[in-house]
Design a protein around this ligand. Structure first.
Ligand SMILES: CC(C)(COP(=O)(O)OP(=O)(O)OC[C@H]1O[C@@H](n2cnc3c(N)ncnc32)[C@H](O)[C@@H]1OP(=O)(O)O)[C@@H](O)C(=O)NCCC(=O)NCCS
Length: 180
């Protein structure tokens, strides 16, 4: 899909390829630091290799779709990822129906290219992939502190449906000890 923005900039939204993987690893590193609110730093070699292997294997998995946005001059400026999540119906009335959802993850658009509609275009591709798997529900998580993600997802039709709670094991030990 070719998307034109600002009447001049053209972006191609396409399925990721093996050659994209090194740049996509950089995007994942930037995303992790962005979510953690930490300054840029370089990935350790082992970490980079692990991410390269994970992304490479995603590319050939029929249940996963990694999509990128590329400028006219061949620069990657964004990515998004969706995988098919299957869960069996557990309620009596649903019989043996298999429920499928599309889990969205690893969303990144380079700062200079934000608010141009690039992620919306990536999402269109991810949605088409989900629908080709008969998926009608998309799910994602974002940090409560990530205001730009909250604003974007709201604009794109997502509504918060739950709260994800996390705790260090030490804090849980402490809480349980107090209750003994
Ligand atoms: C979130 C992110 C992917 C959005 O990408 P994008 O290409 O700028 O999104 P779009 O241009 O398609 O914007 C979609 C809608 O969200 C709105 N939007 C995007 N960023 C916004 C912001 N910071 N504040 C308010 N609204 C925003 C846009 O205005 C647009 O709505 P509109 O067309 O009605 O104006 C991008 O900001 C990003 O990469 N952020 C850092 C990584 C991140 O937080 N990822 C999500 C983790 S879950």
């Amino acid at each position: 899909m070719v998307v034109t923005m600002n009447n001049s900039d053209k972006f191609t939204i396409r399925k990721a390829m093996q050659a994209d993987v090194p740049v996509l690893v950089d995007f994942l590193a930037k995303l992790a630091l962005h979510v953690a609110g930490e300054p840029p730093h370089t990935l350790k070699k082992a970490e980079r290799s692990r991410l390269m292997v994970t992304l490479r294997s995603s590319l050939s998995d029929p249940n996963k779709r990694l999509v990128v946005a590329e400028t006219d001059d061949g620069r990657l400026v964004g990515m998004g990822y969706l995988y098919v999540w299957r869960n069996q119906g557990i309620w009596e009335q649903s019989g043996d129906i298999e429920f499928k959802s599309g889990i969205i993850d690893d969303v990144w658009v380079e700062p200079d290219f934000r608010k141009l509609g690039i992620f919306s275009a990536i999402l269109e591709e991810l949605l088409a992939f989900a629908e080709s798997h008969a998926i009608t529900e998309l799910i994602l998580e974002y940090a409560a502190s990530n205001k730009e993600a909250a604003a974007t997802w709201k604009k794109l039709g997502f509504k918060p449906t739950g709260i994800r709670a996390a705790a260090f094991a030490t804090d849980v030990h402490e809480a349980l000890a107090k209750r003994r």
